[in-house]
Design a protein around this ligand. Structure first.
Ligand code: IPM
Ligand code: MN
Length: 368
């Protein structure tokens, strides 16, 4: 029997509650599909920082590299100044594990209420490939005369061509893979199909203003497109993208973009799929150790009440299985989530589901 070594970082606030449900579902999937998860829990996060003064141990990254995958709950604590834990834990792990893809599916499950009028599950089903190691997140920059009226602050937006190319390659390959999925002709017209296109990829940027960095992305994109004749490529400015994500989400299949733009548009995407209770993501290092997480935060005000929606964490667990190679189990969990949203939950919002956090986990297990 296959045995996967999983590092679990439940984190802060409601993180541990949702991770408990994700693990419950993953273990049930293991029983059904014949694999086991050997889990090791790391109590890193705000609580631990306040108690010990340590954000992450020095060997944290080396330790995690020995695992097959990482499952993360949420990082963020109301008593810790913003930035410390985000940079010190989440971003540090993404960077040092070189998880250069942040994969964020935007998928409306059946029965889930979307704020977009007249949009159905078949209209909202795309994936954002967010570059996850560069851009302004690199942290280069500085300020002088801080706190005076003459203060000058610079935050550099940095990309190397290699970072851009490896991200684009992942996106092109993903576009081709999605062709064989349930919704094969998404975003393609009759004409495209006649021209031999089987997949669609949209680059999101701001080439009209940010000419150096976005110019490099666009050139790299167009050059790589030549190696993928079956992929129909398109380009959208990021501001226009937010318009179309609201007005015509059915146009999109795979979107690829740089780090901060991807951060911003995926919160919008998450809301259109029913909110943070149901939005999952993966920080991928296709050649190394990946880390999966619900994309919402630690939701301190709901901590310990048993009212938070665990489905985003459960979905992150399913993504983890998919990237471990347990595709059948991953698809089965997704189907079970769809059954639960379609037939059981009243709402995706915390406290309004009609069930407690652990009951929702049980419902998914039963559906599985
Ligand atoms: C996310 C979050 C993080 C980010 C924060 C917490 C650093 O917003 O995962 O989208 O900006 O990437
Ligand atoms: Mn974000």
């Amino acid at each position: 029997m296959k045995n996967y070594k999983i590092a679990v970082i439940p984190g802060d606030g409601t993180g541990p509650e949702v991770i408990a449900e994700a693990l419950k579902v993953l273990d049930a999937a293991g029983k059904k599909f014949g694999f086991a998860l050997d889990k090791t829990t790391f109590k890193w996060g705000g609580e631990n920082y306040l108690a010990t003064g340590e954000i992450l141990p020095d060997d944290a990254v080396a330790t995690l590299k020995k695992f097959d995958s990482v499952l993360l709950g949420a990082i963020g604590h109301p008593k810790v100044k913003p930035g410390i834990l985000e940079k010190g834990i989440l971003l540090r792990l993404r960077f040092e594990l070189d998880q250069y893809i942040n994969l964020r599916p935007v998928k409306l499950f059946p029965g889930v209420e979307t704020p977009l009028a007249n949009k159905k599950p078949e209209d909202i089903d795309y994936v954002v490939v967010r570059e996850n190691t560069g851009g302004v997140y690199t942290g280069m920059g500085g300020s002088v005369q801080s706190g005076t009226p003459d203060e000058v602050a610079v935050q550099n937006w940095v990309y190397t061509r290699k970072q851009v190319d490896r991200c684009l390659k992942f996106a092109f390959e993903l576009a081709l893979k999605r062709h064989t999925a349930a919704n094969p002709w998404r975003g393609l017209s009759e004409e495209d199909r006649k021209a031999g296109k089987t997949a669609q990829l949209t680059l999101v940027g701001k080439t009209n203003v940010l000419t150096y960095v976005c110019g490099m992305w666009e050139r790299a994109f167009n050059e790589m497109a030549k190696q993928y004749p079956a992929v129909k490529t398109a380009y959208c400015h990021v501001d226009a993208t937010t318009m179309w994500m609201v007005k015509n989400p059915e146009w999109f299949d795979v979107l690829v973009t740089e780090n901060l733009m991807g951060d911003i548009i995926t919160d919008l995407g998450a809301m259109t799929q029913g909110g943070m209770g149901i939005a999952s993501g993966g920080n991928l290092n296709p050649e190394g150790v990946s880390m999966f997480e619900p994309i919402g935060g630690s939701a301190p005000k709901y901590t310990g009440l048993g009212v938070i929606n665990p489905l985003a964490a459960v979905g992150a667990g399913a993504m983890m299985l998919e990237y471990l190679g347990e595709k059948e189990a991953a698809a089965a969990i997704e189907k079970a989530i769809a059954f639960v949203t379609g037939n059981k939950l009243k709402s995706m919002a915390a406290g309004k589901m009609g069930y407690s956090t652990s009951e929702v986990g049980d419902l998914v297990v039963r559906a599985l």
